[in-house]
Write a protein that binds this ligand. Structure first.
Ligand SMILES: NC(=O)C1=CN([C@@H]2O[C@H](COP(=O)(O)OP(=O)(O)OC[C@H]3O[C@@H](n4cnc5c(N)ncnc54)[C@H](OP(=O)(O)O)[C@@H]3O)[C@@H](O)[C@H]2O)[C@@H](O)CC1
Ligand SMILES: Nc1ncnc2c1ncn2[C@@H]1O[C@H](COP(=O)(O)OP(=O)(O)O)[C@@H](O)[C@H]1O
Ligand SMILES: [K+]
Length: 500
């Protein structure tokens, strides 16, 4: 599992070490310089003779950058530091000067566009730019001269390699928001532990590849945001024991699809069956289509361990909505986990337990919050997925899985995941229906655990997102997929995971 730590946790871990005189900045800048040197060697064959520009802010992030610049200068890199503030890290600046680095300030002979000619020339000639304007001390987007520097580098043609120091400057460290100018990095070299912004959308898209430098911090307690990896999913998976029978594996009740959208029912059932479940019971108006596609499905009422409701349930299908409402009420009352998707999101009661899992996309989450009196539109959710998923969890009690290129999951006790497993090809109609089925199958297999441990549904939701994303890759590596292709690839993905 990849863990990330918010700014306060990082500062708390740094403090005793700084008090004890541990040279954290030296460790950080040494690691940073090593990664930059490696990237230069990969790009141009050698380090010596390369040209580097440092964007230097007023804090310790700028200090790391100046010290790393000094180390690079001693390896034969021509280093130019551009100071975005009149006040920068003194030792770092002295180290760079001692290594014969060049120092410019943005105020030097400012031109029409507000950027000094020597600065523009240095950026235009740079092989690599180190973004050291702001680190975990940043508040809001980059302001002042730093913002002009970000614009200058972003417009450079050819584009230099951009390395973010600790994290891309100006992103919301703890919430992953992006306000104002942010320089998209090819590589982020982060210190001590990942920061939430490196995992959370939309900021995570600016980070590029992330390398962690161990500076000896002891980060303990619950991480702010986690990301499951393959072996975590194996540990969560309901692998059937030798003597199990189909009811013991779990029965999933599915109330999806409608006269308008029978395909959603076929796809959600496909997702569940191909993930592995003891039985699917289907209730609804698309029974004929479901059975034609999946003869193993049982139609009608009967005991189930978990439910999937809402995918493809049209607003004017009163009967199917009423079945979804009943399933939701039954599941909440009788300790049967329920996945609530699309057309059932507006049927959610005021408060539900965390084994009720909502699976909206950004538009649906905005509508759900707006219906509860929040002034929210889709764009707000996209700009701050974590905050809005968290708000929906607080307001409803449900576990919330917010779909997107990075899927964010929020449950009780701070359980928070950000999964970025699928290719952009996965953004296709019906893919969400398949995901609902995957999650339903997992919940049916672990129903009693998911009720007993309120944080488990969030972990299972993150696992479903991982498997769903992997299936999209496997269905057609590097190319387009249909939702049906994704479902078809699930058994092989699950098999590979649990055999590993
Ligand atoms: N502690 C350690 O030993 C270690 C720390 N490490 C490194 O230190 C980094 C954290 O350093 P930091 O705390 O100095 O904060 P940092 O992010 O550099 O910036 C703060 C400065 O920026 C300014 N400022 C704020 N917002 C702004 C904005 N929007 N636009 C413009 N300016 C803005 C703010 O000014 P003020 O608001 O106070 O006027 C303040 O001066 C961390 O990310 C890691 O790289 C590593 O070396 C490991 C050891
Ligand atoms: N850009 C993207 N990259 C990767 N996955 C994506 C991207 N956009 C959407 N997805 C995923 O595709 C699925 C789309 O689901 P959804 O919007 O509910 O579609 P539908 O309602 O048509 O089934 C979700 O699992 C989502 O996380
Ligand atoms: K930075």
């Amino acid at each position: 599992m990849l863990h990330s730590w918010d700014a306060a946790a990082v500062r708390a871990a740094e403090e005793p070490l700084l008090t004890a005189g541990v040279p954290l900045m030296a460790r950080a800048s040494f690691g940073l310089a090593a990664h930059v040197a490696r990237a230069l060697r990969d790009r141009r064959g050698r380090v010596g003779g390369a040209r580097a520009v440092l964007l230097v802010g007023s804090g310790n992030n700028g200090g790391d950058t100046l010290h790393a610049g000094a180390l690079l200068a001693r390896r034969g890199v021509a280093v130019t530091a551009v100071l975005a503030s009149g006040r920068v890290h003194g030792d770092g600046l002295a180290a760079l000067r001692a290594a014969h680095g060049r120092v410019l300030t943005l105020d030097d002979a400012c031109e029409r566009h507000g950027v000094a000619a020597p600065v523009a020339a240095a950026v235009a000639a740079a092989d690599v730019v180190l973004d050291g304007l702001l680190g975990i001390g940043g508040r809001g987007g980059v302001r002042g001269a730093g913002a002009r520097l970000v614009d200058l580098v972003a417009a450079a043609d050819p584009r230099p390699l951009v390395v973010a120091v600790d994290l891309p400057s100006g992103v919301g460290v703890d919430d992953g928001t992006r306000t104002g100018a942010v320089l998209d990095a090819d590589l982020t070299v982060t210190f001590g532990g990942h920061k939430p912004a490196l995992l959370l959308p939309p900021a995570s898209a600016a980070a590029g590849r992330v390398e962690l430098v161990d500076i000896g911090l002891r980060l303990t307690g619950a991480p702010a945001v986690a990301r499951l990896e393959d072996h975590d999913v194996v540990a969560l998976w309901p692998v059937p024991g030798r003597d199990v029978h189909k009811y013991g594996r779990g029965v999933l009740g599915v109330v999806t699809g409608s006269g308008h959208y029978p395909g959603a029912a076929v796809l959600s059932v496909a997702g569940a069956l191909r993930t592995g479940v003891g039985m699917v019971r289907y209730r609804g108006s698309a029974g004929a289509q479901v059975l034609a596609a999946h003869p193993e499905v049982v139609e009608g009422d009967g005991r189930v361990q978990a439910w999937v409701v809402g995918s493809g349930v049209a607003p004017d299908d009163a009967e199917q909505r009423s079945r979804a409402r009943d399933a939701l009420a039954h599941g909440s009352r009788h300790d049967e986990p329920v996945v609530v998707d699309a057309g059932a999101l507006d049927l959610l009661p005021e408060r539900v337990p965390p084994h009720v899992i909502l699976t909206p996309h950004a538009g649906e989450l905005a509508a759900l919050l707006a219906a509860r009196g929040e002034r929210v539109e889709r764009a707000d959710v996209e700009a701050g997925p974590l905050a809005h998923a968290r708000r929906a969890h607080e307001l409803t009690g449900a576990t919330v899985l917010l779909k997107g290129s990075t899927t964010v999951v929020v449950g009780p006790h701070g359980a928070t995941y950000a999964q970025a497993d699928g290719p952009a090809w996965l953004a296709t109609a019906g893919a969400g229906d398949v995901l609902g089925g995957v999650l339903g199958a997992l919940l049916a297999g672990r129903a009693s655990d998911a009720v007993a441990d309120p944080a488990l549904p969030a972990a299972l939701a993150a696992a479903a997102a991982l498997v769903h994303g992997r299936a999209a890759h496997r269905a057609n590596p590097g190319g387009p997929v249909t939702a049906s292709d994704v479902a078809a690839a699930l058994p092989a993905v699950v098999g590979a995971l649990v055999r590993a």
